[in-house]
Structures are given as C-alpha cells and as structure tokens.
Design a binder for this molecule. Structure first.
Ligand code: GCB
Ligand code: CA
Length: 885
C-alpha cells in the first residue's frame, strides 16, 4: 500500500521532479534542430523579417557553387534559436560548443554579446553563465549567431583550391557541468590530455594532464584505463592540494599492452573522474580514447610503427558533398574514412584544415593513421593578426584533437610559397619571404611545445628552390612535397628526379609525398591518353607510375593521394566545372578505376577487378560485315598470378597480371556484353557493358544503322546520360566523318583538346569544350529514310575574364581575347539552309551551349551531308548526333 502511495505521489510530482533532477556531472547534447536562418546582414537584432527555418548542419552556399550562379556568396548570415533553460541549471556552468562555423562567428545571448571566434575549421565554446535568464520553470533564452565567410586578410585561408563555405556547418552542442569540473574552455579541448611517455610490446606508461575549473575545496582525481571489453586494466587516484587547478598524473604501468595499429586498431579508454576530497559523489567525468603505439620517421628508411617499417599510403579528404555543401552529417565523414580504409589505405591526410571530430574518431576506430593541418594555404598576410590567428588555430587544432591515437603528424602552411606577394627579387619580396619564414618557425615551435610526441610537417609545392632558398625546408621535422609532374607539366620522370634530389640535397629530412593526383572524369576515356586530358585512363597511368616510384624508394615515407573524393572548388572550370576531379572516387563516392588499382596493390586478400567498369555504355565501329564486333582493350587489376576472362560465358583468355595489371582485347558485340574475370572460385568479378556497335558500312544489312553520336575536335570517348559519344574521324566512303578543317585547341591552355572553359547551359561540357574549325562538310552514308540530326555548337573565344588557375603551374591563363574576333557561318543539310549566318554576333553566345535538331528525309542514296559556309572567321562544329527514326 505504501508503495502505491509513493508511486502515486511520484507520478503527481513527476513533472517537477523531472525538471529538477540532481545533476552533478556534465551533460552534453546537440541542439541542431529548429534554428532560424537569415541570409545577409541583419540591421537590428530585433529584425523579424526574412527568417527561414533550418536544421544544422547548414551552409548558405549549397546552390551558388554550381553553374547556376557565378561566384558564391561570401558575407554574413544570421542564425537564431530559442533555448529553454530549466530551473535546475541554477549554479551550473552552461556553454555552447560549435564544432565549426565558416568562418567567423559572433554569438549573442538575449541580445548581449557572449563570445566570438575566428576561423572556419576549429571548434569553440561560448560560456553562457552570466547571460542566461533562469526562472522557476523552463525559461526561454534567445541565441543569435552571426556567421561570416567574407574574405579577410587576417584569417587563413586567404586563397586555396576549395570553396570557403559559410554557415554553422557542423554540430552545435549544449553542455552543462557542475560548479567544479574538468576545464571545458581550454581552446575547446577535452580538458584532459593523454600522454604515453613510454610504450613497448611489454609495457606502457600512460600519464594524463589537465586542468580544473571552479576548484575550491580539496579534490581527488581518479584515472581509470579500461580495455575494449570494459575491464579496468590500470587506475590511479591522486589528491590535489587545495587550490591546485592543474595536474599531471602517472598511471601504473600497463603490462603487455594490446598495441594499436592499422591492422588492429585496438582502443582502450581513459576515464578521468573528479571527486571531492571526501565522499563518493563524482563531480565530473570525461572519457577519451587511448591507443598504445609508438612510431618514428627515418630519412633513409621511412616510417616505423611499433618497430615495424610501414609504407604510408593514403589520401587527403575535403569535406563537401553535392547538395549539402560542406554541411555534412557525421555519418558521411565516417563513410568517407570507411571508403579509404576499404581501399587498403593506412593513412589519411586531413587537408587542408581540421575536420569534424567524427572523422578523427573514425580514424581511431578503423585504423587510419592521420595528419591534420591548419589552413595557411598559398600565401600569408604580413600582419600580426594573421600570424596570431594562425597560431591560435594551431593550438586549437592540437588541443582539440590531442587524444586521437590515429594522429601522428601536425601540419601547417600548405604550399605557402605558391602565390608569393611582390615581384621576384624585390626588397618587398625579400621582406615577405622573411615573414613567411618567421611565421613558419613560430607555428613549428608552438607545435613542438604543445605536443612533443608527434611530428611537424610542412607540405610544399614542387618548386624545391623556392622553399629551400629561404630556409623553409629546414624548419619542420617532416617535409612534404605536393608533386604533379606529368600533370600540370613535364612528364612522370620528373617525379623520380625530384624525389632523388630531395634525398641528395636534404639528407636527414624525412620526405613525404603529401600530394599527387590527376583529374579523372568518369565520362571521359581514351586508349591513348595524354597529359591533362581528364580521362580516367590518363589518371590510371599517372598513379601507376607514382605508386611504383614511391614503393621503389624506402626513403619516401608516404604516398598521399590527392584526393579521396572529388570536391568542390567553385572557381575551377574543367570538364566538370566547379569540381576538382582528382578523387579516387567521384563526388557521390563512387570509386573510379584508380581506386581499384590501389586495391589490387594494397589489399592482402585475393583481388580481381575489371577496370573501366564505370564505362558501361560504350560505342565503336564494327570491324566489318563479317566481323560483327569491335575490339577494345580492357584492363583487369589483380593481385593473383593468373586471371581467366570470359565474354558472354565463352572463354576469352587466361592472362598473368604484370605489376597488378592484366590487359585483354575484348571483341565487344552489339548489345549486352557480360565480361567476367576470375581467379579461383572465391575471386570473381562480372561487369555488364552495353555496347553500341556502329556498322562499318552504314548501309549494312546484317547490322542496320540506328544512331551515331560524334564529339568533334576530340580523340576521347565520352559517355553521359546513357549515350556513348565517339571521337571524330575523317570521312571515308560508305562510312561517316568530317571533311576538312582542324581540331581546335585553345592557345596557352593546358588542355590537349579544345578549351577548358566552363560551358554554361549544359552539363556535357566536354562536348562543347572541343570543336572542329573550318570544316567543309560532315558526311554520313546512311541508307534512305527519316533521320533526326542534332548539331551542337559553342563559341569558345570570349572576352569573359577568367580567374587564372594558380595550380596550373606550367600554363598561363587561357586565352580570353575575343574582342576583335567575329564569326558567322551558314549550315546546310542536304542542300537546305538550316542555320543562316549563325555566329558570335547572334545565337552563338560565348561559352554557352547551343544546339538545334532538324528532321531529314534521305532518299536516292544521297546520305546525309552537312555543309558549312564561312561568312566571317571560321565555321565550327562541336558535336553531332544522328538518330534513325
Ligand atoms: C595542390 C594543392 C591542392 C590542389 C591541388 C590540385 O597542390 O595543395 O589544394 O587542390 O594541388 O588539384 O591542383
Ligand atoms: Ca559532428
């Protein structure tokens, strides 16, 4: 009976009991939902107009980093949220934790300034204590945040090849703690820092340092190390002297520790608890991961982990996704690390800025060694504020991420000499160089002081002398080189020469290849790839050379691929405008061939994968009326001694891979081709390829003509939206092709075909970026019947000023002059004029796709003849498609 009464009482009192629970320890919860957002400046804090409801993570740059709008918004935006504060929080410490706001933030609570932060890639906390309104029940408090991603001379990055998104683009947490707690505001770090003064296979020593806020009376600090099953393997309780606010506590030795490594990422947990001098009530507690490992870099022999030589192979990662900007939920960061791990990588370069805590936590769990760096990219500002902001970020990065066992390197200043200020040789340049040097030194020494257990890294671009001559190569413990020989210029042998030069000229300085990569547009293919053609095939050739060069040289500690996934860089043009396509996987995280190439080299388990699998809609011309197939080479990546290849169930060939690659000539037939490669029963891969076989003789009876898609001025194959485009060919009787003219190539541009300009009004940029100029006719000897003929054009000469791509180290800006240029021409199909006087004075708007479709009745064996008549300048044709109807 008694029981019932008290249960009833508790039920009746439920609400008030609930709103006033005894809460000693800290509480942490995200507050991501139900925010309001105001684009642009707010003219008064009470402004109620123009707010929309949003959830975090959020960026205001989702839509304007695509073709739809030129440039992207860089300026202020405001966020608002009502926070309900319970009465039970009286006397507690309350703070907000922002994991990342691009790129400055000012926080107001109930209209009063509460805190601010500079820098878009590190976390910060804002204490609310004195500003909160608290009553006897839940009390509404208004949080306002002004975020701003404007260019600012004093805030890195000033310039870089990625998009500087604005907004509250990572989680926000609401944290409370009792009056006495482990520090919650130490550069937004965890408040306790785990050190491993000594570790071997036989024993590990662990110490924990930290500080305490609100310490009045005497306190006890208890450290417990638990293993992965939750068993306590070591503990230590230490009394602090009255008034002590910081501590460093050695934990008894852990015998035969379970070591952390990429193969076995074993994690212990350190839990620090704060207790009163007497009594059992825990005032505060915090848990952090512990991985027991030791490592070193050697300038001759590379990297060692737990005493074993390990070649570091991995990639860098940017943090954006189509349709989300950089406002990614944690799960997507985790998925990216899983993708990298599944490739067989053991390393990730978190570049060019610290990323979401969830990403580093995933590295700890998955076994990916990591480097993290601050974003002083391309250049610096010679101001005390810039130096100060960089240093502040460096300390934030280190303290916030200190306890991740995955991290072995702290970096700073990526390619800081890429865009130096002032003329070469001038006094101003000399002074600038001295400033860069001084800033680098300061960052390096701060890093070593903050964390002597890890290495410092300076990643440079491939101009050895520029860094060496001003002393930068001597500052960091590790030197990184971002090398693109055979991409932005030169050829692959330049890589070997560069690596060997470092080895010779900088003995004693460990070398990491911190970047290398080549754009790969999954839609572009070539059997004779050339530098900068953006084909998957060139990228594969590039990576084959680079991986081998690194593997052949023990003194190269690491190969860090640029990058894991394609990423947004708003100012880039390319075949995929606004996207840097050097990823191992595309923006949607679909692996490209290079990813599988690495798998075949890095995975220990049996592996067979058919390359060019993404090119599953293809076209080609049949060998003849009696040979109804088209032979195209296909590569197979495998770590097995032998691979058996079948086409549509019939044995094709058994081949032995060389350096992980087997090459077969596949006689593709019209329609579906099931290609199978296997090595034993357990190791089998199948790809279905839809092949559009174009008859050799267009009037063939055994293989009737249906359609043809030709990309003029191009030697690459292009597949998009399920349509396979063939490269152009000269006309020969019975078949199809151009008569006259030449392939257009933009002057002073890196691209081997056409232009690299961003063509508006289409996603099929490669069709419009390339063209044939000055052609007489395009002929197709199709049989009589009805046809739809579509002609595609683009004016590639224009006055539009283009941002010069600074990464384009060997090429200048693309030619933009178009002022004096005038183009006009007629186009006739089988004698009838279909376009009259078309040119850049009318419908051919520069850098904008133009197409037109006409129906043609072919009779009397005339075939299709498209005739071009130049009136001014040269006529052009970018692409042509013919469909039998
Ligand atoms: C670099 C930069 C990186 C660029 C990359 C590229 O050297 O460090 O930020 O994205 O080259 O793709 O050009
Ligand atoms: Ca997060």
């Amino acid at each position: 009976m008694q029981f019932h009464v008290s249960a009833l009482l508790a039920g009746l009192l439920g609400l008030s009991l609930y709103s006033a629970p005894v809460q000693a320890q800290r509480t942490v919860r995200s507050i991501n939902t139900d925010w309001q957002f105001h684009h642009g400046e707010l003219h008064s804090l009470a402004d109620t107009a123009g707010w929309e409801r949003v959830s975090l993570p959020h960026t205001w740059n989702v839509a304007d980093v695509t073709d739809d709008m030129p440039g992207y918004y860089r300026g202020p935006g405001w966020y608002k949220k009502i926070l309900y504060v319970p009465a039970s929080w009286k006397g507690r410490h309350v703070q907000l934790r922002f994991e990342g706001v691009g790129q400055t933030a000012a926080v107001y609570v109930n209209g009063k300034p509460a805190g601010s932060h500079v820098g878009g890639y590190t976390a910060f906390v804002v204490p609310l204590d004195d500003l909160l309104l608290q009553g006897d029940s839940l009390t509404a408090n208004e949080i306002l945040v002004r975020a701003d991603n404007s260019y600012n001379d004093d805030i890195p990055p000033l310039s870089a090849d990625f998009t500087f998104y604005g907004g509250i683009y990572r989680d926000v947490f609401l944290e409370t703690a009792g009056a006495t707690h482990f520090a919650l505001n130490d550069y937004a770090g965890p408040g306790i820092y785990i050190h491993i003064p000594q570790v071997s296979a036989t024993e590990a020593q662990v110490a924990v340092s930290g500080s305490i806020a609100g310490a009045g009376a005497g306190l006890r600090v208890r450290m417990q190390v638990t293993d992965a099953d939750g068993n306590i393997v070591a503990q230590q309780e230490t009394k602090l002297k009255k008034g002590d606010t910081s501590f460093r506590i050695a934990i008894p030795v852990i015998k035969t520790p379970h070591l952390w490594s990429p193969e076995d990422p074993y994690l212990y947990q350190v839990t620090a608890s704060l207790l009163p001098e007497k009594g059992r009530e825990v005032l505060d507690a915090v848990s952090q991961p512990l991985g027991l490992r030791w490592f070193s870099f050697d300038a001759e022999k590379g990297f060692f982990l737990n005493g074993k030589a390990v070649k570091l192979v991995g990639a860098s990662r940017h943090q954006d996704y189509p349709g989300l900007g950089n406002a990614l939920p944690d799960a997507q960061g985790v998925r990216d690390m899983e993708l990298l791990k599944a490739m067989g990588a053991n390393f990730v370069r978190i570049a060019h800025y610290p990323q979401d805590p969830a990403v580093l936590a995933a590295c700890d769990r998955l076994g990916l060694l990591a480097s993290v760096e601050t974003p002083e990219v391309n250049r610096v500002t010679e101001s005390a504020a810039f130096a100060q902001n960089s240093q502040h970020m460096q300390v934030e990065m280190i303290r916030q991420n200190f306890n991740h066992p995955s991290i072995i390197i702290w970096g700073y200043m990526n390619e800081v000499m890429l865009v130096p200020r002032y003329d070469n040789g001038s006094a101003a340049r000399k002074a600038y160089n001295a400033t860069v040097y001084a800033q680098a030194r300061a960052l390096d020494s701060i890093t070593r002081k903050e964390d002597p257990s890890r290495y410092t890294l300076l990643p440079c671009h491939g101009d050895f002398d520029r860094y060496h001559s001003i002393g930068l190569t001597k500052i960091p413990q590790l030197l990184g080189w971002n090398l693109y020989q055979g991409w932005y210029g030169g050829d692959f042998s330049g890589l070997d020469a560069f690596l060997d030069r470092h080895h010779k000229d900088l003995p004693g300085v460990p070398l990491l290849l911190t970047e290398y990569g080549a754009d790969a547009d999954e839609r572009l293919r070539s059997f004779a790839p050339v530098r900068f053609d953006k084909t998957v095939d060139y990228a594969v050739a590039y990576h084959k050379h680079y991986l081998k060069a690194v593997m052949d040289r023990p003194f190269v500690a690491a190969a860090m691929i640029w990058t894991l996934v394609d990423f947004n860089s708003e100012g880039r043009t390319e075949s995929t405008p606004h996207i840097n396509s050097k990823g191992l996987a595309d923006t949607e995280r679909k692996p490209k061939d290079v990813y599988y190439y690495y798998q075949s080299h890095l995975l220990q388990t049996p592996f067979v994968k058919i390359a060019s699998r993404g090119w599953d809609v293809r076209a080609g011309v049949a060998l003849g009326d009696t040979a109804l197939y088209c032979k195209q080479p296909v590569e197979i990546y495998s770590n097995q001694p032998e691979v058996t290849v079948l086409l549509n169930g019939r044995m094709l060939q058994t081949v032995a891979p060389v350096n992980g690659v087997a090459k077969v000539e596949v006689p593709f037939v019209n329609g579906l081709n099931e290609l199978e490669a296997s090595s034993g029963a357990a190791c089998r891969d199948v790809v279905n390829i839809q092949f559009h076989l174009v008859p050799a003789d267009l009037r063939s009876v055994v293989l009737p003509f249906t359609s043809l898609h030709v990309n003029l001025g191009d030697a690459r194959y292009f597949t998009a939206n399920g349509v396979a485009w063939l490269p152009e060919q000269p006309y020969h009787p019975g078949s199809w092709g151009y008569v006259g003219g030449k392939v257009y190539k933009m002057e002073r541009s890196q691209v081997p075909y056409g232009s690299g300009k961003d063509i508006l009004g289409t996603d099929l940029d490669p069709l419009y970026q390339t063209q044939r100029v000055g052609l007489d006719t395009f002929r197709l000897d199709v049989p009589d019947g009805m046809y739809a003929v579509t002609l595609h054009f683009c004016e590639l000469l224009s006055d539009r000023e283009r941002q010069q791509l600074v990464y384009n180290l060997n090429g200048g800006a693309e030619e933009t002059a178009g002022k004096a240029h005038r183009r006009a021409f007629d186009v006739l199909v089988n004698g009838s004029v279909v376009l009259e006087g078309i040119g850049n004075g009318n419908e051919l708007v520069p850098e904008r796709a133009f197409s037109t479709k006409v129906m043609v009745a072919v009779h009397g064996g005339q075939g299709i003849v498209v005739t071009f008549r130049a009136l001014a300048g040269e006529d052009v044709l970018n692409a042509l498609e013919v469909e039998k109807i």
